[in-house]
Write a protein that binds this ligand. Structure first.
Ligand SMILES: [Zn+2]
Length: 64
């Protein structure tokens, strides 16, 4: 369960942010990508945002 109480970064409304793509074969990316798909399906856009941030941070920190 992801909860979000405050916005943690600059949000550019109207400009679609390019979303990070999961790295093939990386289980962490897979998991984040699946959670993101679920969040989007349920309309939880703040969770989608969170997961994008998490995926970027994970990939920036050295992906599998
Ligand atoms: Zn990864």
């Amino acid at each position: 369960m992801i909860s979000k109480t405050t916005m943690s970064g600059p949000y550019r409304l109207g400009l679609p942010d390019p979303e990070p793509q999961p790295t093939e074969g990386c289980p962490r990316c897979e998991a984040l990508s699946q959670q993101r798909a679920t969040a989007r399906r349920t309309g939880d856009l703040s969770a989608v945002s969170d997961l994008n941030v998490a995926m970027r941070a994970h990939q920036g920190g050295g992906c599998a």
